[in-house]
Design a protein around this ligand. Structure first.
Ligand code: FER
Length: 257
């Protein structure tokens, strides 16, 4: 078993005088939803439009939208620091809105069936609308081994559901504290003879005090039983940002290597 150390002290603290990536908001036309939708995009320090980059789609939880990571997780600080410490492959990170419906703001009753359904509909928005938009507007590699999907909670469930049923699109998958939208392990990985050769990384993590930990544990145990290589990482903490920021740090440095 791989020993995983927590993030180094200060990994999420702003450092003066280091090269910075750029965080911006884009709008793309969604044929799935029928209107234009927002996503945030982080390009790394020294980003160049003449270089080709791999891409990570990083999803939010039930209470968030495309700004949730930016507002609560300081990804820009974490990633800038990691580049400065030579820990990361140059990659573009996209923060989509995973609630694929015309009003996709995180307001009202977030558990309404229509809103939960919209998290499922996002699969089509991602594959048919957002990925094509990103590939025509950013210098991205277009192959499965250069595409990753990960997310927290609702977004962790989406990453497992979407990633594992679209292995022709994604070779790198991460679920942080996956929520009850996660399909049962038997549905996630029906063909455990095929998945291992297609997965460059399957990362599953959860805080040990998270009430939802049984979901992650269930997936981990099923994968272990059937010999599907993956990383299972249980960490200190609950269903909360210190855990997800740490997950971003740990997961992102394993990508595209
Ligand atoms: C649920 C409990 C939690 C659920 C979703 C969540 C769909 C999501 C939590 C989060 O995203 O933080 O029963 O059902």
């Amino acid at each position: 078993m791989e020993l995983i150390s927590p993030a180094v002290t200060g990994y999420d603290q702003y450092r003066e005088n280091i090269p910075r990536g750029v965080m911006e908001t884009v709008e793309y036309p969604s044929t799935t939803v029928g209107n234009s939708r927002k996503a945030m995009v982080y390009t790394p320090p020294e980003f160049s439009s003449t270089t080709m980059y791999p891409v990570l789609f990083l999803l939010h939880g039930i209470g968030g939208d495309e700004t949730e990571w930016h507002t609560h997780g300081s990804p820009q600080i974490i990633l800038d620091n990691m580049y400065n410490d030579n820990l990361l492959e140059p990659m573009v990170i996209v923060f989509p809105n995973g609630r694929a419906m015309s009003n996709d703001r995180a307001e009202g009753d977030l558990f309404e069936p229509e809103k939960i359904k919209a998290f499922k509909r996002f699969e089509s928005d991602l594959l048919n609308d957002l990925i094509p938009y990103m590939e025509s507007n950013y210098p991205l590699h277009k192959s499965r081994d250069k595409r990753a999907i990960a997310g927290l909670s609702m977004g962790g469930g989406q990453s497992l559901n979407i990633g594992l049923s679209n292995l022709d699109h994604f070779a790198w998958i991460g679920a942080f504290s996956a929520a009850p939208n996660t399909r049962s392990p038997e549905l996630l990985v029906p063909d455990f003879s095929k998945a291992p050769s297609l997965l460059s990384l399957l990362w599953i993590s959860c805080g040990e005090q998270d009430n939802l930990i049984e979901i992650s544990l269930g997936v981990h145990q099923y994968l272990a039983q059937h010999g599907v290589p993956h990383i299972w990482h249980e960490e200190r903490g609950g269903h909360d940002w210190p855990v997800w920021k740490n997950d971003l740090y740990l997961f992102s440095q394993r990508l595209f290597k």
